[in-house]
Design a protein around this ligand. Structure first.
Ligand code: MOS
Length: 738
């Protein structure tokens, strides 16, 4: 009997089709790496360094080894040599020597029959150190800024210069010269990092939440000196990535080595506190922004200088001016970035890693300039929109930021705003502030290979490179495939994050959808075309499904493949893809530049005596090209706004310069917004497909979502109070007194 649900009409997904993984998640059926409980599993625990820099002079594991159930304690003395691999978030790997590079660095790993035994024994490892002086913060007196042009490859990390930005300073009508400070911050995904390593007949299987299964696979193969074919990495679902899980972690090889030595599967689940020192984080940064405009409100010149924290052992680049140079049509621009070495683990990518801090500084300064010129902040932004990329002169693949501003103003009711600070009050006496800011983020893409297979029982199996970290990639793929084949969404099974299913390029930089969807769509269309051709005359019927055609054909299954790469990428880029190497392109392509855009409108209410800041209302309008999956897209923007509220008003990783490391390494003291802090968030999209970029017309959304939220908030706080706040996070005391 034919399945009655298989007709195109009934199963064309609704605009807001549900998340395909929602039911499993809310029922607790989704299995994360830390849930793994395979027979014979041993448990590992890390021992952190108590000093910020120096060497281990002696390590005594005898008490730890006496704990019942302890199988081994790995230290630099017994772990054996392993390669650095080249795929990590940092070049430094703990336990390869006696060196201590940062506080909280692992100095030993205990493996035991139970988690309790492992953690108890970890506390009994006695370590003696030879400590040396260290630099804990960006502002330390002996911290030395290094100009990126001098220390990083050129021209990739050159200053961004167009026109004569310094010359425009002289004789200018109106200038602002402002400095901004942002702290280090740590992403705290719900799912903490966990690794399960198991060896079977010389083949290593790693279960670990990662955004980069292929990188982990090749990195481990190098570290352990085995063939990549002998390593399989599984990362089907992440409970949040945010850049923390985008590289080989420092501990993964240790877990694999322990499993090989003990001939048993081994699991390591970090503690929340250990995440603060064992994974990358958003580095602290400081910014100087100089803007020049004429009396008619035309921006003439902008100079944006950034100092960003890095580690002593690596130079994590700063890229903030990649976007601030593109926010407006400014003919004279200089972006200059410097790095400051500190004794920390290497900082890294954390949702809009550079773009959020850079936009905070630049969009705050733009607001100050609007006020210096007595221009409405929305009108000032619209008047200075860019028509072509100021840096390269190339066209934008699409740019609808003006539409974001116009649409957002209307929804928000911006026309009712009065310009003067402290001019709007709520009936309860609260100060009301309305602020605006825009954001942009590169529209990048990476190569991907997709296969789609339809079976006569109606199931569809899709395999492609991509990682589901909660952003909704599975839903976007399921909706796309179901629509193309006339199949129910529920019939589509999607293999992601599995190095055996398809090459798994790093999913980051907001390129996931634009990378995975075009080949998935093309493979689905090929499959459909193939079935139609095969069926001949009956194939013309509208509403005919792939399954009906397959069944009529008498074939056991139908399968199609597609390989897609970014515009301008050579065929050889697939070699990088299969080698686990980064192969993303953008924002500069041969014929255009690609960026996503957003405008945020924020209302703050400030209680007049306590100065408590609330954010009851946000309107965000995004230009991310075509919206592949409306429900998950809206959710991405809501999440970005919530995080924007967090980075503006809550989050800071505290450092005690006497000790190094990070102090508030738990969810009680690393303060984030809770549900009660979040008011109404209205999300809208321009929705115009960007078909220059790819066949689906999609640009990225995950990161642009939070770019510009923080400046919109501080601009609103200024509007409410008349106070300019240039350091994040904003504290109540910043608004008390004067
Ligand atoms: Mo994301 S911060 O590019 O993983």
């Amino acid at each position: 009997m034919a399945n009655p649900t298989i007709t195109t009409k009934k199963n064309t997904p609704r605009a807001g089709a549900e998340r395909v993984d929602a039911h499993d998640k809310v029922r607790g059926a989704t299995r994360y790496a830390a849930d793994d409980a395979r027979p014979g599993l041993l448990h590992a625990a890390l021992v952190p360094s108590r000093i910020a820099r120096g060497t281990v002079t002696r390590i005594d594991t005898s008490a730890a080894l006496r704990v019942r159930g302890v199988r081994t304690v790995l230290t630099h003395e017994n772990v054996g040599s392993f390669d650095s691999g080249g795929f990590g978030f940092q070049s430094f790997y703990p336990l390869r020597s006696t060196q201590i590079a940062y506080r909280g660095q692992s100095v030993a790993m205990v493996v035991a029959d139970t988690l309790e035994a492992a953690r108890e024994a970890a506390g009994l490892v006695v370590v003696a150190y030879d400590a040396t002086p260290f630099v804990a913060t960006l502002d330390a007196p002996d911290a030395e800024p290094l100009t990126q042009t001098a220390v990083l490859p050129q021209p990739m990390f050159a200053d961004r210069r167009v026109g004569d930005p310094e010359g425009a300073l002289a004789g200018a009508a109106v200038t602002v010269d402002l400095r901004y400070t942002l702290p280090a911050q740590h992403q705290n995904p719900m799912e903490i990092i966990a690794t399960v390593a198991e060896w079977n007949d010389g083949v290593l299987t790693i279960r670990e939440p990662t955004q980069n299964a292929e990188g982990v696979r090749h990195g481990l193969a190098t570290q352990l000196g085995i063939e990549p074919a002998k390593v399989r990495v599984l990362s089907p679902t992440l409970g949040g990535g945010f850049g923390q899980k985008n590289s080989l972690q420092s501990h993964t090889a240790l877990v694999a080595i322990a499993a090989r030595t003990l001939q048993r599967p081994v699991k390591l689940v970090m503690t929340r506190a250990q995440l603060f020192h064992n994974a990358s984080f958003r580095p602290a940064s400081r910014h100087r922004v100089r803007l020049v405009a004429d009396r008619n409100g035309r921006l003439l010149s902008a100079i944006h200088e950034i100092d960003q924290q890095t580690s002593r052992h690596d130079l994590f680049p700063s890229l903030g001016t990649e976007i601030t140079s593109r926010l407006y049509g400014v003919g004279n621009f200089l972006g200059r970035e410097r790095l400051v070495r500190t004794d920390v683990q290497t900082p890294g990518y954390m949702r809009a890693p550079f773009e959020h801090p850079a936009a905070f500084a630049f969009e705050s300064a733009i607001d100050e300039m609007a006020y210096a010129l007595d221009r409405d902040p929305v009108a000032f932004r619209l008047a200075n929109d860019a028509t072509v990329d100021p840096l390269t002169g190339k066209p934008f693949s699409s740019r609808h930021v003006a539409e974001c501003l116009v649409k957002g103003s209307e929804t928000f009711g911006w026309a009712r705003r009065t310009m003067a600070p402290s001019s709007m009050r709520a009936p309860d006496g609260s100060l009301i502030g309305w602020g605006v800011a825009i954001g942009t983020y590169k529209a990048a893409m990476a190569p991907a290979i997709a296969t789609v297979r339809l079976n006569t029982n109606g199931t569809v199996r899709v395999a492609v490179g991509g990682h589901e970290m909660g952003q909704g990639m599975r839903t976007a793929i399921a909706v796309t495939v179901a629509r193309a084949l006339g199949a129910p969404v529920a019939a589509v099974e999607i293999l992601l994050g599995d190095t055996r299913a398809a090459p798994q390029h790093l999913t980051a930089g907001s390129w996931g959808t634009a990378t995975a969807l075009p080949p998935v769509l093309e493979a689905s269309q090929r499959l459909m075309d193939d079935l139609r051709q095969n069926a001949g005359s009956t194939a013309g019927e509208s509403g005919v499904t792939a399954l009906a055609l397959l069944r009529a054909s008498g074939r056991p299954f139908a399968e199609a493949e597609s390989r897609r790469r970014a515009p301008g990428q050579p065929e050889q880029v697939f070699g990088r893809l299969t080698g686990g190497l980064p192969a993303a392109a953008g924002p500069v392509y041969p014929d255009f530049v690609g960026f996503s855009f957003i405008a945020h409108f924020v209302e703050v209410r400030i209680e007049p005596t306590t100065r408590r800041i609330r954010v009851p209302r946000v309107v965000s309008v995004a230009d991310c090209g075509a919206v592949a999956s409306p429900r998950t897209a809206r959710s991405q923007v809501e999440g970005g706004v919530v995080w924007g509220i967090g980075v503006a008003l809550r989050e800071v990783s505290e450092v005690d310069a006497r000790y190094g490391g990070f102090l508030n390494a738990d969810l009680a003291e690393y303060v984030m917004p809770v549900a009660a802090d979040i008011g109404r968030i209205e999300v809208d999209f321009v929705g115009k497909p960007d078909t220059r970029l790819n066949a689906m017309g999609v640009k990225g959304l995950g990161e642009v979502a939070m770019v510009g939220v923080a400046p919109a908030i501080v601009n609103a706080v200024f509007h409410a109070t008349g106070k300019r706040l240039r350091r994040l996070p904003v504290m109540l005391e910043d608004l008390i007194g004067d």
